[in-house]
Design a protein around this ligand. Structure first.
Ligand code: NDP
Length: 449
């Protein structure tokens, strides 16, 4: 662990004391605080005003019961969460995650990260996150619909285009957003498109929102490559996960001239030396709701499926963790270093353990953190809100251009800020500091709230 500035130690100790057992939340807070030493030294007002302590405490935390009935008539009870973390820059904005691992600590880590990510985009959006320990895997469409309707029957009272605007995350895609938006519309009797993002194109959605997190991730890496005069041409890329972020990251890498040779799910990984066939992967994941093992079977003999083992053992130039938190540990980092990987960029939220991140940096691997790399998803959500507010819809090309421009802006802001605070080339410091200062300045302007 890096040493914390002495002004920040009591703040971190208070976070540990007040939030026992929330390991992922502690990790996310520590990661930001580790970058803020030069900031509090240069600008004492941030320490004097307790703005960092205030940032670590969510504005509101909502926990609720979600009862629903299975196809066979059994009653299930799940737990729903929405953490409205910070609204200094705009309405709370952040996705909903449906996965059995979801608990308050996970939602708080995601919500905390979201504050700085949203700030970094330069757009008027605050930070929040939510979800449930419901597992959509293996459930029928009717069961998923009943769950989503029950979830929204409580959540709707906390939402609104000027209040709190959820979107998707792990386990929440177009199907789930549709069921939840439908229930919101039915309960409120209002067609408030700007209350949720990630909607379908015919009912208020934006072009490029589905692709945005994956595309944005690759646009960011493209900027990293360009900064050293390189490009994706001929690069071998490994992508973990095979969900929304992973699929569109793979597609964009291929469009820019690289080759993604492997992807994964929680049951293992597939190696496809000719390059992952995105259309087939989409068919397996989106249409059949299947596994990457099925992709290997359908694709034929040149593809192998490895059930045990780590995708990070594969030799590659660029690694993109796009599945879940803490999926890239020290063993994975050491394997990547050994095999000559040059860039690791986080498509998922906090996928790299702190020790793994440190090893990569010490070995000279260029490492870029999630709050910068995957901010294209939420940025395009903000563009969806903008279109909803003006009752407009933009073309794919225009929206993709806006996304690319936003990712370029985030990339440059990271490097400029890192330079300004004496850590040249550090995307981690740049992202944390640039995200922090914008939101902290807004909080200071708004008084003690
Ligand atoms: P999806 O549900 O579409 O896909 C998730 C993928 O990750 C699946 O392949 C899944 O495999 C795998 N996965 C999930 N949990 C685990 C686990 N515990 N162990 C191993 N593999 C796992 O989610 P997204 O693609 O939307 O999200 C992926 C990451 O990107 C998350 O960290 C999310 O927070 C982040 N993100 C997403 C954004 C978005 O717009 N969707 C925006 C910004 C960040 P399996 O099916 O086997 O579980």
């Amino acid at each position: 662990m890096s040493v914390l500035d002495k002004q920040l130690v009591p703040i971190f100790e208070e976070v540990l004391d007040r939030n026992p057992g929330e390991a992922e939340f502690h990790q996310a807070v520590r990661e930001v605080l580790e970058s803020l030493g030069p900031v509090v030294t240069k600008h004492p007002q941030y320490a004097d005003s307790a703005v960092i302590r205030r940032l670590c405490e969510p504005e509101r935390q909502i926990i609720f019961r979600v009862p629903w009935v299975t196809d066979s008539g059994k009653i299930e009870v799940n737990r729903g969460f929405r953490v409205e973390f910070n609204s200094a820059l705009g309405p709370y904005k952040g996705g909903l995650r449906f996965h059995p691992s979801v608990n308050l600590g996970i939602v708080k880590f995601l919500g905390f990260e979201q504050i700085f990510k949203n700030s970094l985009t330069g757009l008027p959006i605050g930070g929040g996150k939510g979800g449930s320990d419901f597992d959509p895997k293996g459930r029928s469409d009717a069961e998923v619909m009943r769950f989503c309707q029950s979830f929204m029957t409580e959540l709707y009272r906390h939402l609104g285009e000027y209040t709190d605007v959820p979107a998707g995350d792990i386990g929440v895609g177009g199907r789930e957003i549709g069921y939840m938006f439908g229930q919101y519309k039915r309960i409120t009797n209002r067609y408030e498109s700007g209350t949720m993002t990630g909607k379908g194109l015919s009912w208020g959605g934006s072009q490029v929102r589905t692709e945005a997190t994956g595309y944005g991730t690759v646009f960011f890496i493209d900027e990293m490559l360009k900064a050293t005069g390189a490009s994706f041409e001929g690069k071998r890329v490994v992508v973990s996960g095979s969900g929304n972020v992973a699929i569109y990251a793979i597609e964009k890498v291929h469009q820019l001239g690289g080759t993604v040779i492997a992807c994964s799910d929680s049951g293992g990984y597939v190696v496809d030396p000719a390059g992952i066939d995105v259309a087939l992967l989409q068919e397996v994941k989106d249409e059949r709701r299947g596994r990457v093992s099925e992709y290997a079977t359908l694709r034929g003999d040149t593809v192998t499926h490895v059930a045990d083992g780590s995708i990070w053992d594969l030799a590659c130039d660029i690694a993109l963790p796009c599945a879940t938190q803490n999926e890239l540990d020290t063993e994975g980092a050491l394997a990547l270093i050994r095999n000559g990987c040059q860039i690791v960029a986080e498509g998922a939220n906090m996928p790299t353990t702190p020790d793994a991140g440190r090893l990569l940096l010490e070995a000279g691997v260029r490492f870029a953190p999630a709050k910068a790399v995957n901010a294209g998803g939420v940025a395009t959500s903000a563009l969806e809100m903008q279109q909803n507010a003006s009752r407009d819809s933009w073309t794919f090309e225009h929206t993709e251009d806006r996304l690319a421009e936003i990712m370029r802006g985030i990339h440059d802001r990271c490097l400029e800020t890192a330079d300004e605070y004496g850590t040249p080339g550090s995307y981690v410091a740049g992202a944390n500091i640039a995200g922090f200062t914008r939101v902290a300045d807004a909080m200071l302007a708004l008084g003690v709230i």
